[in-house]
Structure formats: structure tokens, C-alpha cells
Design a protein around this ligand. Structure first.
Ligand code: NAD
Length: 330
């Protein structure tokens, strides 16, 4: 391990930034790569390079000398983003993933971990709020989420082809709704937990807040520290097949709002907007294989994780208000 170089792509983003911090704390030599620097605090990486991984020459340069790669770079966002930017997302992510895998092959990278998504699972298995948790093999016969989900599924297969045909040792994690501090909370790319935290942080006691859909759609949510722990364990493991990385506690969006409102100490009324995109009706992670393979599963409670996330988002909202009040001058 000492002296070995780990490259994290997407290190300017939410999960990548947390992962870099953890890897540096564990004693790895880390190079972060992204199109942008982390937004909320400086990177902990020993090196940080601004590169556009859609370009093959950038991917080649980014992965030079790498022993291990965590491939997290992607054009992505919450449901409002991925439903409305399909061509851009599939184009960008296909280019990023192909060039990153190819650069890893050229440089003889030892292990390459790809960040896939629960969006690879077929819509037909996610039609009810009390959905049966999804096992890894349920991804086939395939009917992934249109756009983003198909691009993730295609790269999962490309990882297998590179492993089988070129001997590149690949790992694939399927994330289920990762949340926590230092993630997008405004601007269109934010996901439900951060969006709910922002809406409640900007509401007054008794205010009405908008909830997308009828609020009964269900998901499971995974704190970013658990996600990072799972990534480190998966890279070390011998498991080359896709693995769920999430919790199996199913909550509805209305329940999520209720939890955040309680944390904030605020009463809010809900206005359901049925015209907004909501994705599948229900989605949960079956963690049987995760427990078998890693001997571990996420353990941070939703209450604790949301409390930390809410405090951080509230701080961001206050800071923005302060700047606005000061005319953007401070
Ligand atoms: P994020 O948007 O915060 O991070 C992605 C990073 O990739 C961004 O910093 C972005 O600038 C960078 N990027 C985009 N295009 C690039 C390019 N052409 N070249 C270099 N960098 C580029 O998202 P995140 O939540 O940290 O997600 C990380 C990974 O996990 C992504 O692959 C995402 O698809 C996957 N994932 C995340 C979740 C989740 O709940 N957050 C769920 C499923 C899958």
C-alpha cells in the first residue's frame, strides 16, 4: 500500500471528495481528478488535476502511474436532472467510462472500481411502494432507467468485458441514494434528502413546502460515510460482480420530510405536485450479498445522518442569505 497511487475520478464531487479524505487518512497516496475543484472545502488529495475525462488524452494523463482507480466521475443529478438531460448524460458518461477503462488498461492499473447505480434495475420490479428489495441478479432481463440507468448498465458490462478479455480487475458498486454533507443542495442537481433539507431550512414554522409526486414513493438512503466504507472494502475484496451498496430501510418521501421537519423542530404542511418527475414507485436494496461478500453493511441511522445533513444544509442556506443581504460583497 505504501507508495501506491490511488486515482479518484469525480474527486471534485460529493462522494469523490469524501472518499479522497478517507483514503488520505488511511495512508494512500491520492490523486483527485475532476472537471472542477470541490465546491465546499479544499481537497485532501496529494495531487488534484482538472481534466475532462470525455477526452481520451485527458483520461490517459489522469490515470498515469495509477495502481488503483475509483471511477466516480459522471454527469449526474437528482430525478429532475436525469429525466431532462438524457442525451447529454448518456453521451458524457459513455465517453468518461470508456476512456477511463481504456486508460486503466493501457496503464496496467491493478484494480478499477466503477460507481454504478440502483437505476440499472428494471422498472417492472419497482412498481409498488412496498417493493421487494432488489437483488443484484434482478438487473436482468434488463429494462434500466431510461438514459442514465442504461449508461450505467452498459459500463457494468464493459467492466466485465475488460476483466474477461483484457485482465483488468474490475469492481462494480451499485449505489442506492447516497446523502450527507458537502453534496449538491441547490441548483437542480440535488437529490431528495438535500432538497428536503433546503426546503425546510428556508421555511418558517407552519409553512407549506412542495413535495414532488404524491409523497408515497419509497426509497432507501445511504449516508456517504457508509458508502465510502463500502467502497474501500469492495476494492479490497475479491468480488468482481456488481454489488448493491445501500441500506435496506425503506421510507416514503413524506416520511423523509417528516424526519427532517422533526430534526429542524418545524411544523410544515405538504403540497404534493403531481406534475414533477418522481421515478419508480419504490426501490430498496437487498443486502444479502453485500453482507456475504464484505461481512459488513451500512449502519449509520437515517435519523443521525439526516440530522448531520440538515445542519450542514441549514448552514449553507444561512451563508447564502448572509451574502445576499450583503449584496454579494462578502
Ligand atoms: P457528483 O455530481 O457530486 O460528482 C460527480 C463528479 O464528476 C462531479 O464533480 C463532476 O464535475 C465530475 N465530472 C462530470 N463530468 C466530468 C468530466 N467530463 N470529466 C471529469 N469529471 C467530470 O455526484 P456524486 O453523487 O458524487 O456521484 C459519484 C458517482 O456515484 C457518479 O458516478 C454517480 O453516477 C454515482 N451514483 C451516485 C448516487 C448518489 O446517490 N449520489 C447514486 C447512484 C450512483
Amino acid at each position: 500500500m505504501a507508495g501506491e497511487l490511488v486515482v479518484v475520478t469525480g474527486a471534485g464531487g460529493f462522494i469523490g471528495h469524501h472518499l479522497v479524505r478517507r483514503l488520505v487518512a488511511d495512508g494512500w497516496r491520492v490523486r483527485g481528478v475532476d472537471r472542477k475543484a470541490p465546491e465546499f472545502e479544499p481537497t485532501a488529495a496529494h495531487e488534484f488535476e482538472l481534466r475532462d475525462l470525455r477526452r481520451p488524452e485527458d483520461a490517459l494523463a489522469a490515470l498515469r502511474g495509477a495502481h488503483h482507480v475509483f471511477a466516480l466521475a459522471a454527469n449526474m443529478g437528482g430525478i429532475g436532472w436525469i429525466e431532462t438531460h438524457k442525451a447529454e448524460i448518456v453521451r458524457d458518461n459513455t465517453l468518461i467510462d470508456l476512456h477511463s477503462l481504456e486508460a486503466a488498461r493501457v496503464h496496467g492499473v491493478r484494480r478499477f472500481l466503477f460507481s454504478s447505480s440502483a437505476c440499472v434495475y428494471p422498472a417492472g420490479r419497482q412498481g409498488a411502494t412496498d417493493v421487494t428489495p432488489l437483488r443484484e441478479e434482478d438487473a436482468y432481463p434488463a429494462d434500466a432507467e431510461d438514459g442514465y440507468g442504461w449508461s450505467k448498465l452498459a459500463t457494468e458490462r464493459l467492466c466485465r468485458h475488460y476483466r474477461e478479455d483484457f485482465g483488468l480487475d474490475t469492481r462494480v458498486a451499485r449505489f442506492h441514494n447516497v446523502y450527507g454533507p458537502l453534496g449538491a443542495w441547490d441548483g437542480g442537481r440535488e437529490k431528495a434528502p438535500a432538497a428536503v433539507a433546503r426546503k425546510i431550512a428556508t421555511a418558517r414554522d407552519g409553512d407549506e413546502i412542495e413535495v414532488w409526486g404524491d409523497g408515497r414513493q419509497t426509497r432507501s438512503f445511504c449516508h456517504v460515510a457508509d458508502c465510502v466504507e463500502g467502497l474501500v472494502r469492495l476494492l479490497r475484496s475479491d468480488w468482481p460482480h456488481p454489488l448493491n451498496l445501500g441500506t435496506d430501510r425503506l421510507v416514503s418521501v413524506d416520511e423523509l420530510v417528516g424526519l427532517v421537519a422533526r430534526i429542524a423542530g418545524r411544523r410544515v404542511r405538504l403540497r404534493h405536485d403531481l406534475s414533477k418527475p418522481v421515478g419508480v414507485r419504490g426501490r430498496n436494496s437487498d443486502n444479502t450479498r453485500l453482507r456475504q461478500v464484505l461481512g459488513w453493511e451500512p449502519s449509520i441511522s437515517l435519523e443521525d445522518g439526516l440530522a448531520e445533513t440538515y445542519r450542514w444544509v441549514e448552514g449553507q442556506v444561512r451563508e447564502r442569505d448572509r451574502r445576499t443581504a450583503a449584496g454579494g460583497s462578502s
